[in-house]
Design a protein around this ligand. Structure first.
Ligand code: NAD
Ligand code: LMR
Length: 366
């Protein structure tokens, strides 16, 4: 087989596997991912990147999506136009279009057509980490990227739900929410996407218990970095048979999973395919909610007075409804191990939230 043909076959296999896996876990067929009808407009910013490409494909396959915009820079590994042309041939109703900017362009000056009318904007635009880096090391560069995109959303689609995938989620989300607040916009439209932590926890529990994967749903609370990632195995019936002595290692496996992928990719990126799967799961939860089927998914959001949370931002179960975030759920009952871990998680998370709040103090949206 020629290298080109091998690449094409591998690409098709990856795409097929992703679509199949997504359909399986969501209980839908490969051609139809749910009963709800919709015609939502979705934009993926950074849509020609490692996460962006498979995420665009999965969103285009979602029957709730009527229009998909692929936005990226002209320095992306593939032109956004190429990704859109490719995905536009899927036998789905979704219309796909591309928007490309130069690094010097400001999205707020150029993305009117792309963002106007968007219901959901997913943002995997930004640098991934390399071995030896923490997610926090990405704040300097990625906060600026996120800010320019959020600024354009504030202008052209202030009612859209924004799913921020870009790292460090723990700091970027508070920063962007504060900028929305300063602008008088609903900062609860902005969510940090932590679904990959849940996906991983579910898979690891399935591997050690053999319980069917469809029956496992581990809430993962706190944030999305190191010790802030807190899986609540005590709340999961499938985990009842796991001895207490095995929980710390399982917990650590979930915390370290992103770093494991970064190391396995040897400096050539971080999780992309599993993140696209998780991002599509998050996106589907939001769109189902907008379509009137309330759907619950963990996400990292601003905490209101009703939530009685010690921290202003926290990941927990969130129900998405017709206007986006509808209800932020209490974390529920924790066992002694989880109570100790919660203290550890909050200590790290507090500093990372503050880094985001500091960024927002010195910046404003146009
Ligand atoms: P990537 O480098 O493969 O793709 C990023 C894309 O963003 C590129 O196509 C690039 O051109 C584009 N981009 C860069 N600056 C931009 C800008 N100003 N405007 C629009 N597009 C821009 O990276 P990736 O592997 O897809 O990761 C993207 C981000 O997602 C990283 O920050 C990574 O850490 C993060 N991530 C988060 C999670 C999570 O669970 N939340 C999981 C995996 C990765
Ligand atoms: C992940 O959890 O895979 C992402 O946050 C990417 C990373 O840097 O680990």
């Amino acid at each position: 087989m020629t290298p080109a043909l091998l690449g094409a076959v591998a690409g098709a296999a990856v795409g097929g596997a992703l679509a199949y896996a997504y359909a399986q876990k969501s209980g839908a067929s490969a051609k139809s991912c749910g009963g709800a009808k919709g015609n939502f407009k979705v934009c993926v910013c950074g849509g020609a990147g490692g996460i962006g490409q498979p995420l665009c494909m999965l969103m285009a396959m979602n029957p709730l999506v009527g229009e998909l915009c692929v936005f990226d820079l002209n320095i992306a590994m593939v032109p956004a136009e190429g990704v859109a042309a490719d995905i536009g041939h899927l036998e789905r109703k979704c219309k796909v279009s591309a928007y490309t900017l130069d690094k010097e362009d400001k999205p707020v000056d150029k993305l009117k057509e792309c963002l106007t009318g968007c219901d959901l904007v997913l943002v995997p635009a930004g640098l991934p980490r390399k071995p030896g880096m923490t997610r926090a090391d990405l704040l300097g560069i990625n906060a600026g990227i996120a800010k320019n995109i959020v600024e354009a959303c504030a202008k052209f689609c202030p009612n859209a739900v924004l799913g921020l995938i870009v790292n460090p989620v723990n700091s970027v989300v508070p920063a962007m929410c504060e900028l929305y607040k300063k602008k008088g916009l609903d900062h609860r439209k902005i969510c940090g996407v932590t679904s990959l932590d849940i996906v991983r926890a579910n898979k690891f529990v399935h591997e050690i218990t053999g319980v069917p994967i469809e029956e496992i749903d581990v809430p993962v609370i706190g944030g999305h970095a190191g010790t802030t990632i807190l899986p609540l195995f005590s709340q999961v019936p499938a985990c009842a048979g796991i001895p207490d002595s095995k929980i710390p290692a399982l917990d650590k496996h979930v915390q370290d999973a992103g770093t494991d992928v970064v190391n396995a990719k040897g400096g050539k990126g971080s999780a992309t395919l599993s993140m696209a799967y998780a991002g599509a799961k998050f996106g589907n939860a939001v769109l189902q909610g907008l379509a009137g089927n309330d759907t619950t998914e963990c996400a990292y959001v601003s905490m209101g007075a009703d939530e009685k949370c010690e921290l202003p931002y926290f990941a927990t179960k969130v129900t998405f409804g017709r206007n986006g975030v509808k209800k932020v759920h209490d974390i529920g009952k924790l066992n002694e191990y989880e109570k100790g871990r919660l203290q550890e998680a909050m200590k790290q998370l507090k500093d990372e939230i503050n880094a985001g709040l500091d960024y927002a103090k010195t910046t404003s949206l146009a």
